[in-house]
Design a protein around this ligand. Sequence first.
Ligand code: FES
Length: 160
Amino acid sequence: VEVPVQLRVNGQTVLLQLAPWVTLLDLLREQLLLTGSKKGCDQGQCGACTVLVDGVRMNSCLLLAVSLDGRDITTVEGLAALAGADACGPNALHPLQQAFIDCDALQCGYCTPGQLCSAAGLLNEHPPAHAHEIRERMSGNICRCGAYPQIVEAVSRVAL
Ligand code: FES
């Protein structure tokens, strides 16, 4: 039995009929073709699938899409638009994305969409006071390349 669900995804309303077991991550990647969000572990361990739900960072692999009726989802594809009018157009970047480029805050890039969404969620929470606090609060996002110093530097440039 499929369930009707209405979501707002990166500013667009989408109406769907979904099986109750479809995760938000699989919906984004396989049905909406928003493949920026990555599947690392599919168990809530790695953070590669992090998106914003009503501005709060969450692991999309742990969320059933049918439980999100009426919610507002932002993926890495919609991050630049969150930054406002300065960031319009297909090549626009969120300040965090620019900082990741400037700081060389990635190697393979697989974790990067999740790192960016997690950092955006961090900015929506209370502001961090120190770089080590950013490291702690980004600890749900694993980087197998070990680019942590550059990731913390990039987030620090925007957050501190
Ligand atoms: Fe969701 Fe790893 S894929 S936390």
